[in-house]
Design a protein. Structure first.
Length: 343
């Protein structure tokens, strides 16, 4: 018997609307077009290790990002914007318009600032919708896992030998209401170079038939000089542990997400094949995590196995409400919606 236990992070919503889309109202001081009564969606670049999208993410200074414009003409679903429009960057203090093609506006990061991307009716100048977009400087570059695995923040990453998929994350400080916060940045013109490898997406490279060893990956992004990152490939793990963020108790008839970490020389190893037993029942997981079924009382025992090594953890069904920590590899970013689209 094999069951797929509920995993909470599968259901995270994404929101793409501009200001009109979020509020259902025309922004104060604006004259809005009746052609987009539900506003617009502003769909930015996806990130290789993100499950959902609620961007656009900030654009790296010197880098680019394509933003797909969509609207809902029938109150049924959003489609690519097929109305004549003009795009304005409101001075482009943080992000400038590089060019437009069809329903896609390509942005270029200019400075660590925020400004509006305004989409207007080409005939009347009335507002279709607007969205705050942000530019930011790249502070650091790191390798990430191109999968739905939950990688602990305190581990560096290695990859299992074979056909290796490697994600590259650009990070920078973004000014928000409470101060600067480190966020993922986008540069869809980023170039990833490694002998024998192929760049499959703007932030992902594939290394076919990689054998154990250390490789040098060259990353050219934004206005920074090329960075050379060390890519570690291993052919086995030497330890397997339960993740430190796992809960020890759950509420009666509640559920939890339990994760395991396969390690090689202290590095988290991506790309392992995982097997889980939940109370001795073979249970399908997602990456290195598995969900627990609902129990009214007692305990739940979970065994995670990979590469011939196993680890076991037990969760107690408690009497008080216990918050289940959200997986760290998936986060919800600021909404893409304009003022009207979210309604």
């Amino acid at each position: 018997m094999k069951s797929l236990a509920f995993i909470p992070f599968l259901l995270l919503p994404g929101c793409f609307g501009g200001e009109r889309a979020e509020t259902g109202q025309c922004p104060a001081g604006e004259t809005c077009s009746p052609l987009t009564p539900r506003g617009l969606e502003f769909v930015g670049a996806d990130l290789t290790d993100e499950l959902d999208l609620a961007g656009p993410s900030p654009t790296a200074i010197g880098g680019t990002q394509d933003v797909q414009l969509k609207y809902d003409p029938t109150e049924g679903h959003f489609i690519p914007l097929d109305l004549a429009f003009t795009a304005d960057d409101d001075g482009g203090n943080g992000v400038k318009i590089d060019h437009t093609a069809g329903s896609v506006v390509t942005l270029r990061g200019a400075a660590s600032r925020t400004n509006y991307l305004r989409i207007e009716d080409a005939s009347t100048g009335e507002l279709f919708d607007r969205k705050l977009v942000t530019g930011a400087a790249i502070d650091s570059v790191k390798l990430v896992v191109d999968s739905l695995e939950v990688v602990p923040d305190n581990y560096d990453v290695a990859f299992l030998a074979g056909d290796v998929q490697v994600g590259v994350a650009l990070l920078g400080a973004v000014q928000e209401g409470s101060g600067p916060t480190e966020e993922r940045l986008v540069d869809q013109s980023m170039v990833l170079s490694l002998a024998g490898a192929t760049q499959r997406a703007w932030d992902r490279i594939e290394v076919p038939s990689a054998t154990a060893g250390t490789y040098s990956l060259a990353v050219t992004a934004g206005d920074r000089p090329t960075a050379n990152l060390e890519l570690y490939v291993v052919d086995h793990i030497d330890n397997l542990v339960t993740d430190a963020s796992n809960p020890s108790t759950i509420t009666p008839n509640g559920a939890a997400t339990i994760c395991f970490d396969g390690l090689a020389s202290g590095r988290y190893v991506a790309g392992l094949s995982w097997h889980f037993l939940v109370n001795n029942v073979d249970t399908a997981g997602l990456g290195n995590c598995v969900g627990t079924p609902a129990h009214a009382t007692g305990t739940v025992t979970i065994v995670g196995s990979a590469d011939g090594i196993s680890a076991t953890t037990t969760v107690t069904v408690g009497t008080a409400r216990t918050l289940v920590p959200a997986p760290r590899a998936v986060r919800q970013r600021p909404s893409l919606a304009g003022d009207r689209a979210a309604m």
